[in-house]
Write a protein that binds this ligand. Structure first.
Ligand code: 5GP
Length: 138
């Protein structure tokens, strides 16, 4: 599998690096939803969060946490969105696992919004749903 982030890792496409170690790379998102919007990726290719082995996933999230802390410390961010999309239906456009670290500023700089509308749950068997999910967790 080869994608645009694999090419960034190999240095074939330039990126504005924020952090790098043996396993993880972080660089500014080209679209800068807000100032400082950073992507954190494993150097080894995995399609998404769900298919990434736990050890690597933990390393990626460790770096994401540190970048979020840095954004809060020096950019004047008052909050951060940590986001990873899995598959096209959820908005994933680059099929290489990545975590967005998006600083949020007072006044809502940038057009980024997450809206999650609840739905009517009266027809749902929530205890059954929870029990089914619970049984399926490895
Ligand atoms: P997704 O929609 O898959 O969750 O996020 C992919 C992100 O990658 C988008 O926010 C997009 O702006 C960013 N992106 C796509 N191509 C490039 C690129 O060549 N360089 C950088 N730095 N970011 C990219």
């Amino acid at each position: 599998m080869d994608d645009i982030f694999c090419r960034i890792i190999r240095g074939e496409i330039p990126s504005t690096k924020v952090y790098e170690d043996d396993d993880v790379l972080a660089f500014l998102d080209i679209s800068q939803t807000t100032r400082g919007h950073t992507l954190v990726i494993p150097k080894k290719h995995y399609d998404n969060f769900l298919s990434c082995p736990a050890e690597t996933m933990h390393k990626v999230f460790d770096v994401a946490q540190r970048i979020g802390q840095a954004e809060m410390a020096i950019l004047g961010a008052k909050g951060v969105n940590i986001l990873t999309n899995v598959n096209e239906v959820a908005g994933q456009s680059v099929m290489h696992f990545h975590v967005h670290v998006i600083p949020r500023y007072m006044g809502g700089e940038g057009g980024f919004q997450i809206t999650m509308k609840g739905q009517d749950t009266s027809g749902m068997d929530l205890p059954r749903l929870a029990a089914d999910l619970s049984k399926a967790i490895n």
